[in-house]
Design a binder for this molecule. Structure first.
Ligand code: SIN
Length: 356
């Protein structure tokens, strides 16, 4: 007698991932923890206040990076997830625009690497912004319009480039880590108590409304004593924060535009995933925090935030009406640490974002 076909056992994480990814009927999102509306959710009982190191970043340095003074940030932890820190939108009004523009216009430029390089020649992937902006500006609401190259962008790597095949980094596959992003990351890391954090690799993920990011652990970095920082812009997402094993049911939480999430300590190596992008409520094309125009203060020459010209913002705004951008920043090597000589060592699983 033939043995009955046994499918893979569905773990608790996969079950919730499928629940939140489902299209029809759409899932009930009332169980998703919203750090902006703590009174409304059952998981709010698990929320703790997290302590920040307020004097570690001067108000002036924060301002120059487009951030509120650290003393004004809120920061939360979650019971059962030591080292997890959630900072709801610490950016100054208008300043998220700088990062959105960098993610669309600057960081995808060579020598950084993007998903389109995998099947297009370098002339085609050079200047994605220039090749997409006219198409984006004329975009109507028709879903059937062909996607611009920017809308086909799924990931960009900066600094040490993550190799999706070997699931590792290497010393010879590297470009400069963007200075502005290094400053932003260091301020957040220092405020969270990590004064020696060195931003060495960034993976930028670009999501369309139907995209998701599979269940994974970020373990390719060789030093896990430093945090992983995550910055989100545009539409919201459901983020699933799991345990060290996939059998542990994850906690679903919203990430809204501007929110910063820090995975450190025990939480550095937790399973996580993004099953769903959640568009703004009916009527709003963009999250409210992207609407205000930046203050017209006299330019500070030491500011790393460049005012986003209206003609550039027009393109970013159309792009963001159907998208979300996330930047995760990592330190790869510990002090004086070298890469292993054998390729593939120190690697871990890493799925690129799924979706069309
Ligand atoms: C996210 O997009 O919020 C998460 C990205 C990641 O886990 O790398």
């Amino acid at each position: 007698m033939a043995a009955p076909a046994v499918g893979p056992v569905e773990d608790a994480f996969r079950r919730l991932f499928k629940f939140y990814k489902r299209r029809q009927p759409p899932p009930d999102l009332s169980g998703v923890l919203d750090f902006n509306r703590l009174g409304l959710n059952a998981s709010a009982a698990k929320v703790l206040d997290a302590k920040l190191s307020i004097s570690s970043v001067s108000d002036q340095d924060a301002l120059r990076a487009g951030l509120q003074p650290v003393g004004k940030w809120k920061a939360y932890g979650l019971q059962g997830y030591p080292g997890f820190i959630f900072i709801p939108n610490p950016f100054l009004p208008g300043c998220q625009r700088h990062w959105v523009r960098q993610c669309l216009k600057v960081y995808p430029q060579k020598p950084n690497v993007c998903n389109l390089d995998m099947h297009m020649v370098s002339e085609e992937t050079a200047d994605l912004w220039g090749k997409s902006r006219a198409q984006l500006r004329c975009k109507g609401s028709g879903k059937r319009e062909p996607r611009s190259l920017l809308e086909k962008l799924r990931w960009v790597t900066v600094g040490y480039h993550y190799n999706w095949d070997s699931k590792s980094y290497s010393s010879d596959h590297r470009s400069l880590f963007p200075t502005d992003l290094a400053v932003l990351s260091q301020h957040v890391a220092v405020a969270c108590g990590f004064s020696h954090f060195k931003p060495e690799a960034g993976i930028l993920n670009y999501y369309q409304l139907d995209s998701s990011l599979g269940i994974h652990v970020d373990e390719a970095e060789l030093d896990h004593s430093q945090p992983l920082l995550s910055f989100s812009f545009g539409h919201s997402s459901v983020f699933l924060l799991g345990g060290l094993k996939r059998e542990e049911a994850p906690t679903p939480l919203f990430m809204h535009s501007g929110d910063v999430l820090v995975m450190s300590g025990v939480s550095r190596l937790l399973y996580h995933a993004v099953p769903r992008i959640v568009p703004c409520p009916e009527g709003a094309a963009l999250p409210w925090c992207l609407s205000p125009t930046p203050p017209e203060d006299p330019p500070d020459t030491l500011s790393i935030i460049q005012p986003c010209p209206e003609e550039d913002w027009e393109v970013c705004a159309v792009y963001l009406q159907g998208s979300r951008i996330n930047m995760t920043i990592r330190q790869v090597l510990g002090p004086a640490q070298l890469f292993p000589t054998e390729p593939g060592q120190g690697a871990g699983p890493w799925p690129p974002p799924a979706g069309v």
